[in-house]
Design a protein. Structure first.
Length: 521
């Protein structure tokens, strides 16, 4: 996926709470809240992101010039600048494989500060699991595996999609493994490694668990199964989710393993859970809630890839669907864009318990999107009066990975396309406290809100002629500039053709910038 991000204005992305909070681009991060990073003249596609204990940001993905596939790894300071103490000017490229592109890299940080990246070692004839460990400065950790690299061949073709770290620093990876004896179908593949990169032979068979999901009634029926996401519960049990397919169909597939890799028979049916939304579905993200319940989110593939939707399922801790969520535990969302193709890749749980979904939609161009769901599975309509927001800069952009910082700021990662190559893209959002009533603070009083055809700005001691006053729509497009006289009280008229909905008034004086959410009735 190749995407581009171009914007010049202060853009509001969505609301967290109906009357109190909004996320806005953090202008202290990068350039106006965004960071774009190129690794060279070829495509750089971000796939994963992680935070270090010191707050520095690690991102990884792939850099593929058509000849050699390389892991692309970068580290940023808290302000979004590249960390020049890492690799070369904040960036590291590591060749993995020979001539095949790898799009499923995952980055995680160990307690000792070392950095792990998973990927697929692709050649013209086979695929193997690959794990690379780096020192905190970006150099390869020569004590890990073979000069920093572990390649695992379990006598089949394998693909890694994800990696997680246990509390004891053992490494758990998830992906797929080809089974030639079953018509070359694939199984869920979960493998575990010791801290030095050796296979953990206490897990599964020689460190590997291979699972055929089958059907609800018969797990011996041969299915085609792929892991896309992993989470480790607080008790050490491992949850893996992805796609399980029979006869070219596909459903959410999920399994839970005990700490030794055996199937947890208390979960679902024979340790397996299959969830059908009516078409082909794939679970890309897992959230484990504080009460032990589980939320899977992903993509509903439909009608020859021309009408994808976002799908979510919530489960009780035993793997049964939570009937209090959505419709019998399931939610399907079509965001109604002009070319309805909606892809969900990442999820987070907000501090208020609401579910945040991140991905992209395909309109005239590909647009990143964010959606918020209430605890019952309904869309939180305090976000853009609809529960979702397209982030459209007129070109292609996406968001595929996300993480909350300890201060509550939200990082989104993905790709941007500048017309010729793809580059890494980072955005950082912060919470701005807003209200849907008239505003009064130590500088400004703004009324009425909601408004119809005019807005009045009053100040206590500021000359409004020295301030810049701008009105933006919800997508960040500037609607108007307002010029005032030498006064501290000013009423300006609003175009009668302005559509009803949410808008933002930005006032910049000689000391500060303040932004207010307004509603047009």
């Amino acid at each position: 996926m190749k995407h581009t991000l171009l914007f010049t204005a202060f853009i509001f992305l969505f609301f967290q709470c109906a009357l109190a909070q909004n996320y806005i681009l953090d202008n202290t991060f990068g350039s106006g809240g965004k960071v774009i990073t190129s690794f060279g003249s070829a495509d750089s596609n971000m796939a994963s992101m992680s935070l270090q204990a010191d707050g520095k940001i690690l991102t990884c993905g792939s850099y593929y010039d058509g000849l050699v596939n390389q892991i692309a790894l970068s580290r940023y300071n808290i302000d979004g600048s590249l960390d020049n103490s890492f690799g070369t000017n904040g960036k590291v490229l590591t060749p993995i494989g020979t001539n095949l592109e790898n799009e499923h890299n995952t980055v995680r940080v160990l307690n000792n500060g070392k950095i792990l990246v998973s990927g697929t070692n692709g050649t013209s004839s086979s695929y193997d699991f690959a794990i690379v460990q780096y020192n905190s400065n970006g150099s390869l950790d020569l004590t890990f595996g073979n000069n920093g690299v572990v390649l695992s061949d379990f006598n089949n073709e394998h693909n890694i999609s994800t990696l997680e770290i246990q509390t004891d620093n053992k490494i758990v990876i998830g992906g797929s493994i080809l089974i030639p004896s079953s018509n070359n179908n694939s199984n869920f593949a979960i493998a575990r490694y010791n801290i030095d990169g050796s296979k953990d032979t206490s897990f599964g068979i020689n460190g590997l668990v291979s699972i055929n999901i089958g059907t609800v009634s018969n797990n011996l029926t041969v299915s085609d199964d792929y892991v896309d996401a992993l989470k480790i519960q607080s008790d050490g049990k491992i949850i893996a989710s992805g796609l399980t397919s029979l006869n070219n169909g596909g459903d959410f597939g999920m399994v839970r393993l005990n700490t030794d890799g055996s199937i947890d028979s208390s979960f679902g049916i024979n340790g397996r859970v299959i969830t059908d939304f009516g078409s082909i579905e794939e679970a890309n993200a897992i959230q484990i809630l504080s009460d032990g319940k589980i939320i899977l989110s992903g993509i509903y593939y439909y009608n020859s890839d021309t009408n994808e939707k976002v799908v979510i399922a919530k489960y009780n801790s035993n793997g049964t669907l939570d009937a209090t969520y959505g419709t019998s535990g399931k939610v399907i969302t079509d965001f109604g864009n002009s070319s309805p193709v909606d892809f969900a890749f990442s999820s987070q749980i907000q501090t208020d318990g609401k579910l945040l979904i991140i991905g992209y939609v395909k309109n005239a161009t590909a647009d990143a999107f964010i959606a918020i769901y209430n605890i019952d599975g309904t869309l939180d309509t305090s976000l853009n009066s609809s529960g979702f927001l397209f982030i459209d800069f007129g070109v292609n952009e996406d968001a595929v990975t996300s993480v909350f910082q300890t201060d509550g700021k939200l990082l989104l990662g993905g790709a941007t396309y500048n017309g010729s190559i793809a580059n890494f893209m980072l955005l950082r959002l912060e919470i701005d406290n807003l209200s849907t009533k008239s505003f009064e603070n130590n500088k400004f009083y703004i009324s009425p809100n909601p408004f119809t055809d005019s807005i009045t700005i009053s100040t206590k001691d500021i000359n409004l002629s020295l301030a810049t006053i701008e009105l933006y729509d919800i997508s960040g497009r500037k609607i108007s500039n307002f010029t005032t006289e030498n006064t501290n009280n000013f009423t300006f008229s609003i175009n009668s053709n302005l559509s009803k909905g949410n808008y933002f008034l930005k006032i910049t004086d000689q000391q500060t910038t303040q932004t207010f959410k307004l509603i047009k009735e």
